[in-house]
Design a protein around this ligand. Sequence first.
Ligand code: GDP
Ligand code: IMO
Ligand code: MG
Length: 422
Amino acid sequence: MAKNVVVLGSQWGDEGKGKIVDLLTECVQGVVRFQGGHNAGHTLVVNGEKTILHLLPSGILHKGVECMIGNGVVLSLPELKKEIEVLEQQGVAVRSQLKISGACALVMPYHVALDLARETKRGQRLIGTTGRGIGPAYEDKVARRSIRFTDLLDPEHFSDLLQENLDYHNFMLKNYFMASIFDYTQIYDETLALADNLLPMIADVPLLISAHREKGYSLLFEGAQGTFLDIDHGTYPYVTSSNTTAGSACTGSGLGPRYVDYVLGITKAYTTRVGSGPFPTELTGPLGDALVELGHEFGATTGRKRRCGWFDAVAMKRAAQINSFSGLCMTKMDVLDTFDTIQIAVAYEKGADNFYGRAPVKPIYESMPGWKCSIAGVDSWAKLPDKAKAYLKRIESLLEVPIVMVSTGPDRKHTIQLEPIF
Ligand code: GDP
Ligand code: IMO
Ligand code: MG
């Protein structure tokens, strides 16, 4: 039966969404990215070969699968062109598979400058953004002054919009941030050159989604970032500038909410976060360093070291509520192979039930014995040691959401499928 399945991060990003979307693409005819921009870094490993995607949907390596960039995504044209060219060199026919919504707001060079200038001005209180201009691009969208992909079809109209935007942003850059300003002609020429290259892929994404449905095809909706980086439900202001949670799959693509059949939450077997902001279970000593090293926890976009800590079942319970998870995929189980004891945060002290307040919360932990053997690459439940099974079962009972997939390594094939999703 045809299904629309949403796949998204349930922590602070980098849960392994890319790997799982790539794997599940074998069951669908199309994949849609619905929010975020090239702040995302999604890693796919197929037969040992690694591909990192930032804007392209993670189904792109599957021949013939239609990959769509929905209206909720903020689009950097130079970054998209670069990404397409790298894949084309590897023999992937990106241009025949990719469709881009005309309603995508563009990330322009001045957005990047504003992002960096804002961070500098925040000093100690910096967000730790990826510096890709994502926040300022979404601000323009909400302020109704964005240049959208479709605006490039009419160069005169684009010229007017660019002039208005530059008047405004150059004023801010020069007078408020004391930063360099941008030249109209250079941006105009560069953007229209990129438009010539990319506009052939413009499409009416809601219509395509509807056509897939009429044909009885299945689709995947791929999220970027993670639940607690959501602009509304995350650890504000230490968040990204889009909605990363399940509802965004509809608003960011044009899929009607009644047509979502399944929401798959991706979660690591522990927790990581890049950038500033609250992180109740963070480990700053040798245990945290061990997780960084064993999990190779360095960002796929900026190369920054990720902060690491234990699994936070309190936060995850909130993620399950907000996203209405149908099932969970637990990734990076193999990273815990060598620990004597593994901790799970089951509550916060003083009855706190979230970490949104300004006062830090202190987790109360439950300990589980480690399995102390390698499960790297294990692809069946039967081959998992009992203690690893017990860890998964405990988390399942704490969250009251079934774990339907377990990942034991970066490669597509290092995966245990417990229940069918399609
Ligand atoms: P995404 O942003 O959610 O797509 O995740 P990233 O690609 O940024 O980060 C996940 C990292 O973990 C990547 O380097 C993956 O190759 C790797 N990875 C994914 N699943 C597993 C797993 O089960 N075990 C191990 N050891 N690595 C994994
Ligand atoms: P994927 O899709 C992890 C974080 C940044 C920063 C905050 C705001 O690979 O999981 P932004 O540049 O979006 O304004 O930065 O959000 N962040 C991510 N952290 N994974 C990501 O994407 C992220 N995208 C943004 O580190 O804390
Ligand atoms: Mg990532």
